[in-house]
Design a protein around this ligand. Structure first.
Ligand code: ACO
Ligand code: HSE
Length: 425
């Protein structure tokens, strides 16, 4: 295999620290919006109300108008699957296109673990990163807003505008450690309430990868009468022992960071950025492939560094690469959200309390497309095969990629083709 070097090693890699904190930013002065000093400013201030009007003409999406599109809906209280209740839940969402008169052109796009509602568009105010499926939505692209009304929300438990651990609890203080355990089913229930509030009864399609694929599938099982098509990419019907095992050291890395403070770090002036960065390093290795890392970085030293000098801070290029991804996530993501969302992924099992996986999947009436990445070591293709076999109406599709699990984010042309075919059926 020859891995295309899409991102040559950074000559300025020294800008990435070994820890997650960027030079010049003392711990507690993160720019992420979730650090203790800035956290309160991160709480969304949009005018939210249940039943707010779906944007029609003003909501029409057009290229070059990517920022400032996020909206918020207060869906009220939510009883949780594992007990407890969130009394006030806010969901952040974005839309592209226009809801048609018969309200049957809606596509719900579900983001993965650290994604958000910004599926398409530039980075900018309110959006720390550019759209994570930029090539898929837009005029002449697989999901054309002239035809489809696309909705994407930030997941319950997240940190990009929807209620999560960094939001304020009713007592006016951050939820922190008090934020309850939420499951994928709770997240889907919150999304269903969002769509109710928007006056959307039916989904022409729900599509998602990885953790987003879990929610897409859960939609098709929980609300079969509302879902016409379901596309599940690089995902599974249940979290496996191997997936849960990879998550455990990530959870421990965050919890054992002294700055975690039991989850109540928002008001301490510090945050567990090192633990979050370590979690991202572990996770990122599972998102890519052995061959990609070996061919891309080999045994190269990071420019200007010497990894073979004992006691020095010299790094191999691949170490610098992981440091970079660690720092980047720690600047844009909240550690408590990472914990709660990881726990939610671990909870995923469509068969729980439904007589098992096969019985649960037999309820699905949607036209399903089950997609795997051939080199995915975290969500291996055999899990997609199992899912495909158990679904009553399913098409099996394959992404070929050098990049492993992240192929569902990187191979946009292949994903686009698969989505176009599913929407044409
Ligand atoms: C893109 C977003 O984050 S959108 C927000 C929502 N995000 C998501 O849903 C997914 C989160 N994102 C991801 O998982 C990843 O960013 C992906 C999968 C999209 C990126 O995949 P790729 O495009 O293959 O990027 P890759 O893994 O090669 O990393 C490239 C980065 O590593 C840096 N890099 C490469 N080599 C080195 C090195 N030796 N030392 C330090 N940094 C390095 C590059 O400069 C580049 O930096 P930048 O992203 O800040 O520009
Ligand atoms: N790279 C993805 C996680 C893998 O599904 C993300 O950061 O959301």
């Amino acid at each position: 295999m020859t891995v295309t070097d899409r991102h040559p090693a950074r000559p300025d890699g020294a800008a990435d620290t070994h820890g997650a904190v960027v030079p010049g930013q003392a711990s507690g002065q993160t720019t992420s919006g979730y650090g203790p000093t800035s956290r309160l400013r991160s709480v969304p201030t949009g005018t939210a109300s249940r039943g707010e009007e779906v944007p029609r003409s003003s909501g029409a999406w057009h290229e070059g108008d990517p920022v400032g599109q996020r909206r918020f809906v207060d869906i009220g209280g939510l009883d949780l699957e594992r007990g407890g209740r969130l009394s006030q839940v806010r969901i952040a969402y974005e839309t592209w296109g226009t809801l048609n008169a018969s309200r049957d052109n809606v596509i719900l796009v579900e983001h993965a673990l650290t994604g958000d509602s910004h599926v398409s568009g530039e980075a900018g105010p309110g959006h720390p990163s550019p759209g994570w499926w930029n090539a898929l939505i837009g005029a002449g692209r697989p999901v054309d807003p002239d035809e489809w009304f696309v909705v994407a929300s930030n997941v319950l438990g997240g940190c990009q505008g929807s209620t999560g651990p960094s939001s304020l609890a009713p007592d006016g203080r951050p939820w922190g450690s008090r934020f309850p355990y939420v499951t994928v089913r709770d997240q889907v229930a919150a999304e269903a309430a969002l769509l109710d509030a928007l006056g959307i009864d039916r989904l022409a399609a729900v599509v998602g990868g990885s953790m987003g694929g879990m929610r897409a599938l859960e939609w098709a099982v929980t609300e079969p009468e509302r879902v016409d098509r379901c596309l599940v990419l690089a995902s599974t019907a249940y979290a496996t022992a191997d997936q849960i095992a990879w998550c455990q050291p990530q959870l421990l890395a965050i919890r054992q960071d002294p700055d975690f403070a039991g989850g109540d770090y928002y008001e301490t002036g510090r945050s567990p950025e090192n633990g979050l960065g370590l979690a991202r390093r572990i996770a990122h290795i599972t998102y890519r492939t052995e061959t990609e890392l070996s061919e891309r970085f080999g045994r190269e030293a990071q420019l200007g560094e010497d990894p073979l000098r004992a006691g020095d801070r010299g790094r191999f290029a691949v170490e610098s690469y992981l440091d970079h991804h660690a720092g980047k996530l720690a600047r844009r993501f909240d550690a408590n959200s990472y914990l709660r969302l990881t726990e939610a992924m671990n909870s995923h099992d469509v068969g729980r309390d439904r007589g098992g996986v096969e019985a649960a999947l037999s309820r699905v009436s949607a036209d399903c497309t089950v997609v795997s990445v051939d080199t995915d070591r975290l969500y291996p293709p055999r899990l997609s095969d199992e899912l495909h076999r158990a679904l009553p109406r399913s098409t099996r599709a394959h992404i070929t990629s050098d990049y492993g699990h992240d192929g569902f984010l990187i191979e946009e042309d292949q994903v686009g083709e698969i989505i176009s075919e599913a929407l044409a059926r």
